[in-house]
Write a protein that binds this ligand. Structure first.
Ligand code: FE
Length: 285
């Protein structure tokens, strides 16, 4: 058994207002509730998917993975402590802040808090409505998207994500002597990918997948019109076939904004092996 999906992420950003404007006005996310100074953003019917905490990190501060139910959470808690990882149950205040029923927290090999939750609150009564007309995001069973992390100690990260959390390898892309590794925990091609090198930040990028190709084109036009730094031009990835572009967010880490990723079926999936990240495009701008 594994975690079922990426539920949410928290960022430490020096200017939460600027980040939220970027996310809503260019990427089409929706402003959620702000409480105790934490701005929240939505991309579907869930109460929130992104939390913006004012801070100097300008990096990923924590990630929250969903598990199916309380029994699964207890089993995972046991697996974490069997693996020698510290675990802590979320108290009333944290449960309230995250809007979940149950929560267990630990740390990944970089020391980042990773949370496991069940019962992430839904907001069916306030339907998602993009302020710029984005038709929607692919979430649901596939979770909020994917993130790519700096994993200088790749063995420790592999142990954490695969042996303990139950992620499976989707494929690898060789970049000369360096292998990028992509892992799934549901039908999304990858929820986590690892770069085995030290990078300035924990997170390289967070990916949002839109419901239509036009959503990507419209967002690209908005980013270009506003002068946001496009870090990679429009292109299609070799492994997950995502058509996407990359833009630098106001906190410095990148957002991949794409459409058309292929799903993984564990019964028939074969681990792929590539020597480039993209079939076409994705030129460093
Ligand atoms: Fe990506």
């Amino acid at each position: 058994m594994s975690v079922s999906a990426l539920g949410y992420v928290g960022f430490s950003v020096s200017d939460p207002g600027a980040w939220a404007r970027f996310a809503c006005e260019r990427l089409g996310l929706m402003q959620g509730a702000t409480s105790q100074g934490v701005m929240r953003l939505r991309l579907d019917s869930r109460d929130w998917r992104i939390a913006l905490h004012e801070g100097s990190g300008n990096d990923l501060a924590y990630a929250g993975f969903e598990v199916a139910n309380g029994e699964e959470l207890a089993a995972l808690e046991q697996r974490l402590s069997d693996a020698g990882l510290p675990t802590k149950r979320g108290g009333a205040e944290l449960l309230q802040a995250r809007g979940v029923c149950e929560l267990v927290t630990t740390e990944d090999p970089s020391g980042m808090p990773v949370e496991f939750v069940c019962g992430l609150k839904d907001r069916g009564e306030i339907p998602f409505r993009s302020p710029v007309g984005t038709s929607g995001f692919v979430t649901g069973e596939q979770g909020l998207g994917h993130f790519v992390l700096s994993a200088p100690d790749i063995k420790a990260f592999r142990r954490f994500y695969c042996d303990v959390l139950g992620f499976r390898l989707s494929d690898k892309i060789m970049m000369g002597p360096i292998a990028l590794e992509f892992f799934h925990c549901n039908s999304r091609h990858h929820t986590v990918a690892l770069i085995p090198a030290p990078l300035p930040k924990r997170i390289h990028h967070l990916m949002f997948e839109t419901a239509s190709l036009d959503d990507v084109g419209f967002a690209l036009d908005r980013c270009v019109a506003e002068g946001d730094p496009i870090t990679m031009t429009l292109g299609r990835h070799t492994n997950d076939r995502m058509v996407s572009f990359y833009v630098k967010s106001p906190a410095g880490f990148e957002i991949e904004y794409g459409w058309g990723g292929i799903p993984v079926d564990d019964d028939t999936w074969r681990v792929g092996h590539y020597d480039k990240t993209s079939i076409w495009g994705h030129k460093r701008a």
